[in-house]
Design a protein around this ligand. Structure first.
Ligand SMILES: O=C(O)CCC(=O)C(=O)O
Ligand SMILES: [Fe+2]
Length: 287
């Protein structure tokens, strides 16, 4: 990618390589967010200003409408393309849907637990495919903040040293790993650094697809609406090319090598998760 189109500074790219994520502040304003947020509250069927109506602590709404991120949040779009090695490597358009994930008080009935390997729910995203080290389906993990997200108010927990852990696991399994087999505590127990992602409405967090993360408690019972619009690659990652993307470089760094000739030993495969079956029928998922 040429210098003139680089959205992220060298420092931001280094933060992504080191911690597995980068936060882009103010990618869209309140006015643009309003219709999406108002519709989300309607579809949730609750009064945003009256937490006594929030009977389901966690709801994942199906996607009904979408916008093109390139138009809606061009800085986030450019930054995502940069991390993936350029727009030509990305499956476009990048649709941002209204498949809102609401955390309206998960675990509000018990004291807040700081992020650590001991909290439940750590996972790598991508419940819809067999995972290989070079998988193209989940090019980046992304978090769009549709409301402010406060500390102890449902900010997603992330393990900031998980990219290397997951990279080593996938490198040891060239036959691929099914989604359920990736959600094991064995991986999170190898991680030592954890953080809570907070921010303002309009912020967008771009994360390495190998970052382990977990839903946190929202003991404040604050409004917390996010989406995770996935972004995929046109081709599998290539760890042998002369100009690896920051996402590819993070994998190489995690494995402690400069280049790698990786080849899957089993076919790529789609998996249909219960979440997708429910969403195809227009049902929200609470869990
Ligand atoms: O709700 C959150 O904070 C995280 C959600 C998540 O990681 C997921 O649904 O895959
Ligand atoms: Fe996730």
């Amino acid at each position: 990618m040429s210098q003139t189109t680089a959205e992220l500074s060298d420092e931001q790219v280094e933060h992504f390589l080191d911690k597995g994520y980068v936060v882009l502040e103010g990618c869209f304003d309140a006015e643009r967010a309003r219709p999406v947020v108002e519709r989300a509250w309607q579809r949730l069927g609750v009064d945003p200003d009256d937490p006594s109506t929030w009977t389901r602590p966690r709801v994942h709404l199906p996607s009904e409408q979408h916008v093109d991120a390139a138009e809606f949040a061009p800085r986030a779009y450019r930054a995502a393309c940069q991390l993936l090695g350029g727009e030509e490597r990305v499956r476009t358009p990048w649709h941002w849907s209204d498949g809102i994930i609401a955390n309206l008080g998960v675990g509000a009935d018990r004291p807040f637990e700081e992020p650590s390997a001991a909290v439940p729910g750590w996972h790598k995203d991508g419940d819809f495919f067999r995972h290989f080290l070079d998988s193209p389906e989940q090019g980046l993990l992304t978090i769009v903040l549709w409301t402010d997200v406060h500390s102890r108010g449902g900010g997603t927990f992330v393990a900031t040293d998980s990219v290397g852990v997951v990279a080593r696991f996938l490198a040891e399994h060239p036959e691929g790993v099914l989604p359920d087999d990736l959600q094991q505590t064995k991986l999170i127990r190898q991680c030592r650094e954890f953080t809570e992602l907070t921010g303002k409405q309009g912020d967008v967090v771009l994360l390495h697809p190998f970052v382990l993360h977990a839903t946190s408690q929202n003991v404040l019972r604050a409004q917390r609406l996010i989406t995770n619009p996935p972004l995929s690659l046109r081709e599998p990652m290539d760890f042998g090319r002369s100009d690896p993307s920051p996402v590819e470089r993070a994998v190489l760094r995690g494995l402690g090598v400069d280049r790698l000739d990786f080849r899957p030993t089993a076919p790529r495969e789609d998996v249909v998760p219960e979440r997708l079956l429910a969403h195809r029928e227009g049902r929200a998922v609470s869990r």
